[in-house]
Ligand binder design. Structure first.
Ligand SMILES: [Zn+2]
Length: 492
């Protein structure tokens, strides 16, 4: 392998090695740099290029340009470029053959390096800092480590939330309480760069918010926004602060919302639209979407409720349902915690639930309605029949509001409807349409969009037509259930 690699950058290093008088063996140089003999041999022969920390030491010793902080990156790239493709392929196949081992090794050496790099204050300093939360906020009061920002260190190192940490050591609940000076400056510069002005409502609502903050003076309510939220005040979109893309467009709420409805995760959306994770997350949160990627069915995120409905509709024991979803019984054991009752399921699991429901429903529709007397098969499962009237009411109310807007804005350009919808989401309205991506797909595919735009339709009819498609039942059945709520529909 050594012979196959052209020695361009390292020739200077090799030349230096051959002419220098100071080190008598490679082992000696290795000791001075803090590595082993084999690594030094590989560097000299050009098989590998040293990492930054070794480049620092090598530059100190050799004064060679290829190790200097300014030129080492170029030298490393040149080295990478010179490696023949077959060598690269051979290396990656060795890696892949034993990927787990290599990953473990890399992680272990990363941990070792990190452990070496930890800087701690002395015991006396720590005692002093613990008495005064205003000083050196970037030093962890729990362990005395000097950090960039304390926040991200707390959970992995001490299993603490930031709020608990602040309370424990008497910090203010401000966001800056656990940040270093340099992060603080960076943040401030960023705000100045975009000429950030506090939104108008800050001034007008501040007195109210302050009064409210006395009442809602709980953990995690430090920010004005959260205090206002506690009073039921929701924030409107501020497109003037939205990130501008290279083409001059902004990343609209609509774009983010549509990706969320397609069950994309925050990182996926962030990468696709070019926003940071925090910005993506916060905009989704303000629109009232669930904090994580979800799958939506019949106008709500798929959660435990749908799992239980699956069991009761098709007479499955929970263990059997878990088995058919290829989940362990241990997973079921974790399930009934009250905290998780209203929680949604992960997209992967939710998709399995939706698929299993579709399979079971297909069987169910072929069975006679009663075991002894026969009868036509039913189109809808019991929970579907039970939930339908409430879903219809909510959907019809949203459609009414939608239609009103369409009538008031007959000349609205394409996309304006989505902008309006997202504004309504931010105000906590249109919650049914918000979680029903199938409705928008149906509009696109099965409904005449121009008819819809002209608002030449009746909310009741559109709701029934759509529900029939979404539940896979006939319009007659849907209408019958709505007219005879809870009664048994005629099956056609
Ligand atoms: Zn710590």
């Amino acid at each position: 392998m050594k012979q196959m690699i052209e020695k361009q950058n390292t020739t200077t290093f090799e030349a230096w090695w051959n002419t220098q008088p100071k080190f008598r063996s490679k082992a000696e140089l290795a000791r001075a740099v803090g590595t082993n003999r084999v690594s030094v041999r590989h560097w000299i022969s050009g098989v590998t290029f040293p990492r930054d920390e070794y480049c620092d030491k090598l530059f100190e010793i050799t004064q060679l340009n290829c190790f200097s902080p300014s030129e080492r990156e170029a030298a490393r790239e040149e080295h990478e470029r010179m490696i023949p493709a077959e060598v690269k392929a051979a290396r990656s196949s060795t890696y892949r053959a034993n990927a787990e081992l290599f990953r473990r090794r890399a992680l272990a050496s990363w941990r070792k390096r990190r452990e070496r790099q930890r800087r701690l204050v002395t015991r006396a300093e720590l005692d002093e800092l613990r008495r005064d939360p205003r000083k050196r906020k970037n030093v962890c009061r729990n362990c005395g480590e000097i950090l960039q920002d304390v926040g991200p260190h707390l959970r992995p190192a001490h299993k603490l939330t930031v709020a608990e940490y602040k309370e424990k050591w008497g910090f203010l609940r401000s966001r800056n309480a656990t940040r270093s000076e340099s992060t603080q400056e960076k943040q401030s510069a960023a705000m100045k760069r975009i000429r950030h002005q506090p939104p108008k409502w800050t001034r007008s609502l501040l007195p109210a918010a302050q009064a409210a903050s006395l009442r809602t003076n709980r953990r995690g309510t430090a920010r004005l926004e959260e205090r206002l939220k506690a009073r039921g005040k929701r924030l409107a979109a501020r497109p003037q602060h939205w990130k501008r893309l290279r083409e001059g467009d902004v990343v609209t709420d609509a774009r983010i919302a549509q990706m969320r409805l397609a069950s994309k995760s925050v990182p996926e959306i962030g990468v696709a639209v070019g926003l940071s994770l925090a910005a993506t997350f916060n905009r989704l949160r303000r629109m009232g979407f669930p904090p994580r990627a979800r799958v939506f069915l019949h106008g709500e995120p798929v959660g435990w409720r749908q799992f239980h409905a699956l069991c009761s509709d098709f007479g499955l024991a929970e263990g059997e349902a878990a088995r058919r979803l290829r989940m362990t019984v241990g997973w079921l054991g974790r399930e009934p915690k009250p905290k998780r009752k209203g929680e949604s399921l992960s997209p992967a699991l939710a998709k399995k639930v939706v698929r299993l429901r579709a399979e079971l429903l297909a069987d169910y529709r072929h069975k006679p309605a009663t075991r002894d007397r026969g009868g036509r098969p039913k189109q809808l499962a019991p929970t579907e029949r039970a939930e339908l009237p409430a879903k219809y009411d909510a959907l019809r109310a949203d459609l009414k509001a939608f239609r009103r807007w369409l009538l008031e804005n007959p000349t609205a350009p394409r996309g304006a409807a989505w902008t309006w919808l997202c504004e309504r989401f931010r105000a906590g309205a249109m919650r049914t349409l918000q979680f029903w991506p199938q409705f928008f797909a149906w509009l696109q595919k099965d409904y005449r969009l121009d008819t819809f735009r002209r608002a030449a339709w009746v909310p009741r009819d559109v709701a029934i037509q759509f529900l029939a498609g979404d539940y896979g039942a006939s319009e007659n059945v849907i209408t019958y259930i709505l007219e005879h709520q809870q009664a048994n529909p005629p099956e056609s």
